[in-house]
Ligand binder design. Sequence first.
Ligand code: GRF
Length: 215
Amino acid sequence: MTTRVAVLVSGGGTNLQALIDAQHSGSADERYRIVGVISNRPNAGGLKRAADAGIAAITIDHKAFGERADFDAALRVELDKLDPDLVVLAGFMRILTPEFVRHFHGRMLNIHPSLLPKYPGLNTHQRALEAGDSEAGATVHFVTEELDGGPAAVQARVPILAGDTPESLAARVLEQEHVIFPQALRWFAAGRLQLRGSEAFFDDQPLPPTGAQIS
Ligand code: GRF
């Protein structure tokens, strides 16, 4: 049975595009289908990408809600209609309430542009450059109540080069995001990637804190 995926976006949606482009690739048991895209911003480029691909594109403007919990409740209503097996955060720039996160425990993945556990939060590339790091990267991880803190599923590394700016580094990392995110979804669809309790497993083996490495 094809894994049903709902994608949450806030921005341009290049990761969403990579997930759309890859949804019919892979072996039969790895296939997933994006059943809907939800944005908290009405003008997010990701909405157009979804519509262009014939995927339901839904806006829930967070500005219309006073409390975070009210927005999350509205999000739950729309997600329930889509009936997803997996919820994917692809550049979704909202912090979700613990209750919401618990509901989707083991069924929600996020992509973050750093080698977690390094640099959770914002401005990851600038922070890596300021720290004098020699490499950077991206991590797909299961979402838990701790911001950018859930168990890592897949990670890709890139070198930091002399003269790099936050923008040049972001572009190099983004290319890898577009590789590891579809990969994580294929593995999840095939049942190879799982969250058991608070640990990520791949092919029934616990993953290291950095997740599976792709380089
Ligand atoms: C990506 O770098 C993602 O890791 C971060 O926000 C960016 C979203 O880019 N959380 P896009 O909207 O997928 O193009």
